[in-house]
Design a protein around this ligand. Sequence first.
Ligand SMILES: [Zn+2]
Length: 458
Amino acid sequence: MSLLIRNGTIVTASDFYTGDVLVEGEKISTIGTALDVPADRVIDAAGKYVLPGGIDVHTHLDMPFGGTTSADDFESGTIAAAHGGTTTIVDFAIQYRGQTLHHAWETWTKKAEGKAAIDYGFHMIVTELTDQVELEMDALVRQGVTSFKLFMAYPGVFMLDDASIFRALKRTGHNGGTICMHAENGGVIDVLVKEALAKGQTAPKYHALTRPARAEAEATHRAIALAEIADVPIYIVHLSAAEALEMVTEARDRGLPAFAETCPQYLFLSYDNYEEPGFNGAKYVMSPPLRAKETQDQLWRGLAFNDLQAISTDHCPFCMKEQKTLGEGDFSKIPNGAPGIETRMSLVYDGGVRTGRISLNRFVELTSTSPAKIFGLFPRKGTIAPGSDADIVIFDPEKKMRLSVKTLHMKVDYNPYEGREVAGVTDTVISRGRVIVEGGKFTGRAGSGAFLKRSARS
Ligand SMILES: [Zn+2]
């Protein structure tokens, strides 16, 4: 099969020009102007952007948490991602205590195989670090699972002590992996949560009030310091607080390879959402929590000046019905997470590019190119170039859409951006040469997504 995309405005992290893209099989074969070649199918992209497919390096599909499981599995989650212009995800496989990394890898492979509609990779969450697990980390890097997520929060469940964190960091100095860190001081938060509950403070907003920005900043600082001592890079996931961003900025100004992502929820929502009536605040219970509205400007500034290098979603949806309600009467029992896999590209384009906060090239870089580079997928993914996978989004910059649970495809019963109008909408989505979304309809196939063997740092 060949596919010719004509007359579009091709946008990468560095370029912007009108041209034609010829796709042969799964790859981009030729880029030019007025390409006069036969193709099985021709798509006219005049007036639209031709972008590299979005890459979301932080998703939690089919993930058990707090006695329930995130509402999207690899089928519904990746189809929703495709609708929103994302063609690659990196999800998190979890090693539970007493289990091997291999077991976790097998478990998550089974969840994804036959279901994923777009390509996927895995980060491995390490919750217990033995000598054996260190050896397994090396083996996983060779298998293409080249990043590991560690937690400084959730004591007794996911949290690792500093010595284990330090050992894992050092190990990546040998095996070329990358450590991703959930940076919040879990011990401090646990004390604050117990105090609040003892005072009868049980409403959703106390989730945020017991997770202060400084607890995120402290852990961010500590994570970077441990990585500095171990002499390895570090990637901070879902950075939400201005105080934490200061720590990353300070480290980068000293020349350290400290990287961080933020997520749309921290750019478009704020603490005020927790004050919505009744139990509605539970919609926004996630960790780290939403911050003061003023933080948004600082995060945008971090994105513009490259102190933040990626925008991912931390997509981890739980329905209000029967899931979030587990925490009615005790905010600490509300499953942590919110949906976002489908709305990232439109929100960031509308709220970032159209407002002039970031350039169009920077939009592509933050949502595709830079995560591809950090996580060993570039140049196969993350750009439009001959030889790269034909993961392409034809994006209509003028088309408007009202975000609503009624029309979005994520399998969850609310949307945190309900009613918000965005301009800039995915028109056609191509995954390795196949058109998988067209005219608002999913035309791909569950199970056609492939596991991505990612490269280690060289
Ligand atoms: Zn997460």
